[in-house]
Design a protein around this ligand. Structure first.
Ligand SMILES: *[C@@H]1O[C@H](CO)[C@@H](O)[C@H](O)[C@H]1NC(C)=O
Ligand SMILES: *[C@@H]1O[C@H](CO)[C@@H](O)[C@H](O)[C@H]1NC(C)=O
Ligand SMILES: *[C@@H]1O[C@H](CO)[C@@H](O)[C@H](O)[C@H]1NC(C)=O
Ligand SMILES: *[C@@H]1O[C@H](CO)[C@@H](O)[C@H](O)[C@H]1NC(C)=O
Length: 463
């Protein structure tokens, strides 16, 4: 979530591997680039890294889940030049296809909507967005505005709905006031619109009527719609009553190559606590603060760099009584984020262990990334191992391409970011956000039925 849209600006030489993909179920293709390729170094964009907006999304409540009737659906998941991964979904009767950023860090599913849709600051330097495709409710016979009386309206807005639906006093049975507009603030953008009830169509006649979806008529910095895969009732997994979903992110070079992997949605009757072979699991954690209810928290116990345990203070690893702190898994964030004090410890350890390479301070200043090294002339580069160890003992040993990347052709930088704040973070929220760059070439599973996160390293590129 945080800097998600800002980071698309970064350009890299991405190290790719080739390989095969995954299991069976509802698959949504994700695409990715397939070759090693230097990217042009952009001018200003780096400055934007410094603006991290508040991570908290205020969200709402208890939307009833229509039960679905499929066991599994695969949807292709495509890497996008803005730094996220997107899926196509079909809404309406007849169906209209729009693209959505697949985001485990938020919950509402919304599309750019109506011919009057406006997006401000959507002309990204690296992607020329010439007209974002929009959904046209007029062309769909199943489009319905959600009314104030609809339980989905009150569950989305929560208790404050009373003041927003004043025409609908508690005794009137047939009030016609529509559910008030939503305004969602993301870490670096926002969107606003009206809630619709629509039919969501998957291939093979798998049809979900009455799906709550946002018809956004105005956005800032949103290159496409968002499919919220978070934990609130309005998210896609909640509305479909999924028992789990999984994906494997293909590495890419911040471009829009048509290579995808599968996002798999699992519905139907549960499989008990059967584990997927080869996966390591760590339980999802609860956060007592409702403001962060969208997020998938995991308990990170240790960060180990080149065999050295980086001593991260407890308050960052575990959410406090105010809900701040802790670690979340977020497909909508590009680079892994660490709050300043954690980031400092990690960056210093890399600086120490890689002290025999030449620091590229100019690039550090330009990009906000640190440390960066000029490796021109080096035949090979030694990268200290980076291991994240979670509750239950699950260890995630990252391939070096997931935490170091070329910036230009001579300089490599650690691709972990932080905010610019000295001392305690500004916005609160998670202290560590495991972004999609970090998750590349891992098969990951959000096992909602058993409340756990599973992963294994593998190549995500289809053969
Ligand atoms: C679900 O699909 C199966 C097979 O297609 C069918 O037999 C069953 O009646 C369906 N159940 C519901 C609730 O629609
Ligand atoms: C419902 O609507 C009808 C017609 O619009 C109106 O006559 C009636 O009084 C309304 N009932 C209530 C309980 O508001
Ligand atoms: C830097 O140190 C590592 C081990 O500490 C070594 O493997 C690598 O070759 C060294 N590189 C240079 C340029 O000296
Ligand atoms: C990297 O080092 C080489 C050789 O010292 C130098 O020519 C080049 O300008 C440096 N590149 C950057 C981006 O600092």
């Amino acid at each position: 979530m945080a800097f998600r849209w800002l980071l698309f600006l970064l350009s890299f030489l991405v190290l790719l591997s080739s390989s095969k993909s995954t299991p069976t179920t509802i698959t949504i293709p994700l695409s990715a680039p397939s070759s090693t390729k230097p990217i042009v170094f952009l001018k200003d964009p780096w400055g934007t890294l410094n603006h991290l907006a508040s991570l908290s999304l205020t969200r709402a409540h208890h939307i009833k889940s229509p039960k679905t009737n499929f066991s599994l659906i695969k949807i292709p998941l495509f890497p996008r030049s803005y730094g996220g991964y997107s899926i196509s979904l079909n809404f309406g009767t007849p169906p209209q296809t729009t693209k959505f950023n697949m985001d485990t860090g938020s919950s509402l599913v919304w599309f750019p909507c109506t011919s009057r849709y406006r997006c401000s600051k959507c002309d990204f330097p690296s992607i020329k967005i010439t007209g974002i495709p929009t959904f046209i409710p007029k062309l769909s016979s199943s489009s319905k505005l959600i009314g104030c009386k609809n339980p989905k309206c009150s569950s989305f807005f929560g208790p404050k709905i009373q003041s927003k639906c004043q025409e609908c006093d508690p005794t009137s049975q047939n009030c016609t006031q529509t559910c008030p507009p939503y305004v969602l603030q993301y870490a670096s953008g926002s969107t606003a619109g009206l809630l619709l009830s629509e039919t969501l169509d998957f291939p093979d006649k798998k049809t979900i009527p009455g799906f709550l979806v946002g018809c956004s008529i105005f956005s800032i910095r949103q290159p496409e719609g968002i499919a919220g895969f978070g934990r609130s009732p309005e998210s896609l997994p909640s509305q479909l009553g999924l028992r789990k979903f999984s994906y494997c992110l293909v590495p890419h070079a911040f471009d829009d190559t048509p290579e995808s992997s599968d996002l798999v949605l699992y519905s139907g009757s549960g499989s008990g606590d059967t584990k997927t072979p080869g996966l390591r699991y760590t339980p999802f954690q609860k956060n007592s603060n409702n403001a962060f209810r969208d997020y998938y928290y995991v308990l990170l116990r240790k960060i180990v760099i080149g065999g050295t345990h980086v001593k991260v203070p407890y308050k960052f690893l575990v959410p406090g009584s105010d809900g701040n702190g802790g670690t979340i898994v977020d497909s909508g964030t590009t680079f892994t984020f660490m709050e300043k004090p954690v980031y400092e410890l990690v960056a210093k350890e890399f600086e120490k262990q890689m002290a025999n390479y030449t620091a590229a301070t100019e690039v550090q200043t330009l990009t906000g990334l640190r440390p960066c090294f000029n490796i021109s002339g080096e035949k090979s580069v030694f990268f200290p191992d980076l291991i994240f160890q979670f509750k239950g003992g699950a260890k995630m040993a990252l391939p070096s391409a997931n935490y170091f990347s070329f910036v230009g052709t001579e300089v490599i930088c650690l691709t972990i970011v932080s905010d610019n704040v000295i001392g305690p973070g500004i916005g609160g929220g998670p202290a560590i956000i495991l972004g999609n760059y970090h998750q590349r070439n891992f098969y990951v599973e959000f096992d909602l039925e058993n409340e756990r996160f599973g992963f294994k390293q593998q190549s995500c590129v289809r053969i």
